[in-house]
Design a protein around this ligand. Structure first.
Ligand code: ATP
Ligand code: MG
Length: 402
């Protein structure tokens, strides 16, 4: 295909009316199947429109269950009402995504910025930053919502010091008030949180459950109407995207990504319609990217075990955990690092199974008892791509005998 053809195809494509409506950070006007959560959160936060401080809220649930969208949606409404009805108290919303702002300093720096308090980008102590923040905040009758989205990142990187201070700030304020909304999809994090922080942050708690396949289909149908030209989507596409996105847990982000990528593939191929096959291709593309991401972020031993599983399977048709362990040990020797115990390796293989990187199944071998057979569940391409940044490890795959 020539460049003119590529561009011509794009120009003549009539697939997306408005692609932006499928982007993950777009907050739609209507959030199907979250009425109960929206109402509950609105009930908790509504006192703000009369200048009364709402309880802190802790929101958790698996990825893509609408936590961020619902929170932004409800706060937007509350802000609008407060602007019209609450004369003496100024309502402010500081939304901070802790995936990016993952240190105490950055969080406080952002909070000062919201209040137009100029502070240096680095160099002050966090105690000083905190003083400046309180000073700026307490100048007026402010009611500040601090939304700490993906708050587990902050706590993992910098501990829960800021969280602790922020949840106990109100007694030190004379004019202003603060409500904290913490959001996380890391359910383990909730258990690890300091009980004192957990109890003040979790004055109110909201749990978002995963969507069902049917619910995902409704969500997609609603967004698709805004995003695609009429009649462009084959009727099998939405149910398929919903089913594929519900495989692990009902994740609306995955569902929307699938639909968007399916549309993009159809567009690239110059197809006038988005078909089932485009959705399947989108699934493979997204799965590969996800596997690459998972591999990239794995600790070294987990990477080595994955490589070992791959190498054993390249030699023979079945790989047992014992064989993987032996290969893993020789890889460790080669790299001169200490190996983990067989027990630990076996645990890691189970984790890899849960992540969808390998498939493990126990089979009975007659009088030799039961043994576990392990298969790599991802493509060689994804494995190579995921290890690309680590030269030592990627050469291990290329070497054909260990
Ligand atoms: N009920 C819904 N109706 C329409 N769109 C939705 C709904 N729930 C979620 N979405 C959309 O799905 C995507 C993911 O939702 P959101 O970002 O709120 O998930 P989340 O629970 O915050 O996930 P994470 O834990 O990964 O941050 C967003 O594009 C959002 O607009
Ligand atoms: Mg979110």
């Amino acid at each position: 295909m020539s460049i003119d053809e590529i561009i011509y195809r794009m120009l003549s494509a009539r697939i997306f009316k408005n692609r932006e409506k499928l982007r993950p950070d777009y907050v739609p006007e209507y959030l199907p199947h979250r009425e109960a959560e929206i109402n509950k959160l609105a009930e908790i936060l509504a006192p703000a429109v009369r200048g009364v401080r709402p309880s802190n809220v802790f929101i958790y649930g698996l990825p893509g269950t609408g936590k961020t969208a619902v929170t932004k949606y409800v706060l937007r409404k509350i802000e609008t009402y407060a602007r019209n009805y609450s004369q003496d108290v100024k309502l402010k919303v500081a939304y901070i995504n802790c995936r990016n702002e993952n240190t105490s300093y950055r969080v406080l720096f952002n909070l000062c910025n919201y209040l137009n308090e100029r502070v240096p980008f680095t160099g002050l102590s966090t105690a000083e930053l905190f003083r400046r923040f309180i000073g700026a905040l307490d100048k007026e009758k402010n009611l500040l919502f601090v939304v700490l989205d993906e708050v587990d990142f902050l706590v993992k990187v910098s501990g829960d010091d800021v969280l602790y201070k922020l949840t106990r700030i109100n007694p030190d304020l004379h004019n202003a008030k603060v409500s904290i909304i913490g959001i996380t999809n890391d359910l383990k994090f909730v258990e690890y949180l300091d009980p004192r922080v957990k109890s003040t942050l979790g004055e109110e708690e909201l749990v978002f459950r995963p969507y069902t396949t049917e619910e995902l289909a409704d969500i997609l149908a609603d967004r698709a109407k805004q995003a695609f030209y009429e009649g462009v989507l084959d009727e099998a596409v939405i149910p398929l995207c919903a089913t594929l996105a519900a495989r692990e847990h009902g994740d609306a982000r995955r569902a929307l990504d699938l639909l968007r990528v399916a549309g993009e593939i159809a567009e690239r191929e110059g197809s006038p319609k988005v078909l089932e096959d485009h959705a399947r291709k989108a699934y493979r593309e997204i799965e590969k990217d996800r596997a690459v991401e998972v591999i990239r972020s794995m600790p070294i031993h987990t990477k080595l075990i994955t490589i070992a599983a791959y190498l054993v399977r390249r030699r023979k048709s079945e790989a047992t955990t014992g064989e993987i362990y032996e290969t893993y040990r020789s890889l460790c020797k080669k790299l001169m690092i200490d190996e983990l115990t067989q027990r630990r390796v076996s645990d890691i293989i189970n984790e890899l199974d849960m992540l969808g990187i390998v498939n493990a199944k126990v089979v009975s071998k007659g009088r030799y008892g039961r043994t576990k057979i392990v298969n790599l569940a991802i493509s060689e391409k994804a494995l190579v791509e995921g290890l690309k940044n680590d030269l030592r490890l990627s050469t291990l795959i290329l070497a054909d005998s260990i």
